[in-house]
Write a protein that binds this ligand. Structure first.
Ligand code: HSE
Length: 428
């Protein structure tokens, strides 16, 4: 039976899960995949982690050079995170002809061209299923399941931390701050939650997924990004009242006009399949020209779910003699001829605070009319009688992002408008 040696760089949450799956399932893979996958070495300075997993001391390497020069190691798993050290280690492994399996979305997103070039030069593999949506096999699906299709759109909840926070705000009526604190206590959100709550994590993933779905390099810098830190209890309550659920969506679309990619909090109609994806679960909804709609659902993070994606990549690499590379032109400036649409179309929800005066609703409606924006709903909500101000809530039909921005600027400058509190996009 073919024996394949693996080295794991980093035994944190994902590295630990990977080690556990590989050691517990070794015999299962011998039987079902006809391959003996052996963890030959790990690179982890924290002895508590190696002890907790029962890693034998002769399998603990002291530096990357020991791993890349080890002839028994043919696959290197990079799960240390961060960019600079990870990039150096991954390049060292690829340059030594080792296949690399990584969960590092930021690294792959920013340097996929450099890594792929190094891999191809040495005829090594480069696999990254675990970089997007944890245990949900979305990359394999795009490469090997729906490749017969022209994909016109993908829409997903691809960050578990923000989905946990928004679900808690929706179900329990808690504030953003309180929900974030709980997500941190449960280990979903980091002490510095910026990457998740400001949408960076989802934008890295969307850049990778859109590149694969649309066969065109979609750089991270082209992704429109807005996080959830400004979402209020009132927005969540309005969503419910109007028949929506608020979710952080990643949206990618391709048409003859170009490609649009965006991550932002979104009102999703409550009967849409993505509206019932709750807590830390993730889901991606794809539309292909032959298959129609496909939805994948599962855990987007965690030791064993993400370990599952890594080990599936290891098994693929260990059982195939030909490597599989990205299906888009993967060079540093491969996107230079692509039109990325920034003035995309969407419906919008808006909440503003105005003076409670006769004729004000009509004035607001006139501004929208002048910008060619048609309204679906316009409601005045009860305000506090003592300050004479009332909240107005409205939902528009589909219009252009730039038209909304112009209308908001105009409304903000109108006498009698205290402030536009929120503008959020709506998927119907
Ligand atoms: N922090 C991410 C999430 C998981 O909350 O979904 C890793 O990408």
């Amino acid at each position: 039976m073919k024996k394949v040696g693996v080295a794991i760089l980093g035994l944190g949450v994902v590295g630990g899960g990977t080690y556990q799956i590989l050691t517990e399932h070794r015999e299962f893979y011998q039987r079902t995949q006809n391959v003996d996958i052996v963890v030959e070495s790990v690179l982890e300075l924290n002895r508590e982690r190696t002890r907790a997993l029962g890693v034998p001391s002769d399998k603990i390497a002291s530096n990357i050079a020991e791993i890349v020069s080890d002839p028994d190691v043919s696959i290197v798993v990079e799960v240390i995170g961060g960019v600079e050290a990870a990039r150096e280690y991954v390049l060292a492994a690829l340059n030594a002809g080792k296949t690399v399996v990584t969960s590092n979305k930021e690294l792959f997103c920013k340097y996929s061209h450099e890594l792929e070039r190094a891999a191809k030069r040495q005829n090594a593999g480069l696999y990254f299923e675990a970089s997007c949506v944890g245990g949900v096999p979305i990359i394999r699906t795009l490469l090997d399941g729906v490749q017969a299709n022209k994909i016109s759109s993908m829409m997903g909840i691809i960050n578990g931390t923000t989905n946990y926070i928004l679900t808690k705000m929706t179900n329990e009526g808690t504030s953003y701050e309180e929900s974030l604190r709980e997500a941190q206590q449960l280990g979903y959100a980091e002490a510095d939650p910026t990457a998740d709550v400001e949408g960076f994590d989802a934008a890295y993933k969307l850049s990778i997924l859109a590149s694969l779905a649309f066969h065109t390099k979609v750089p991270f810098t082209k992704v429109f990004r807005e996080g959830i830190s400004g979402v209020s209890k009132e927005d969540i309550a309005d969503a419910k009242e109007l028949g929506y659920i608020l979710k952080l969506l990643a949206i990618g679309k391709q048409s003859d006009a170009g490609i649009e990619v965006r991550v932002h909090p979104t009102f999703v109609r409550k009967d849409h399949p993505l509206a019932s994806v709750n807590d830390s679960f993730n889901a991606v909804f794809l539309t292909g020209d032959s298959v129609g709609d496909v939805m994948l659902y599962g855990r987007g993070a965690g030791a064993l779910p993400t370990g599952s994606a890594i080990v599936s990549d290891i098994i693929y690499a260990a059982t195939h003699s030909e490597n599989k590379y990205s299906t888009f032109k993967n060079t540093a400036n491969a996107d230079k001829d692509t039109n990325f649409i920034s003035d995309f179309k969407s419906a919008y929800y808006m909440r503003l605070t105005v003076e409670d005066k006769a004729g004000f609703l009509a004035k607001i409606a006139t501004v929208f009319g002048k910008h060619n924006i048609s309204l679906v709903e316009l409601l005045q909500k009860p305000g506090k009688a003592e300050d004479g101000k009332v909240p107005l809530v409205l939902v528009t039909h589909e219009t252009h992002e730039m038209s909304i921005r112009k209308a908001v600027a105009k409304i903000n400058s109108m006498e009698g408008v205290a402030h536009v509190d929120t503008v959020l996009r709506v998927v119907s």
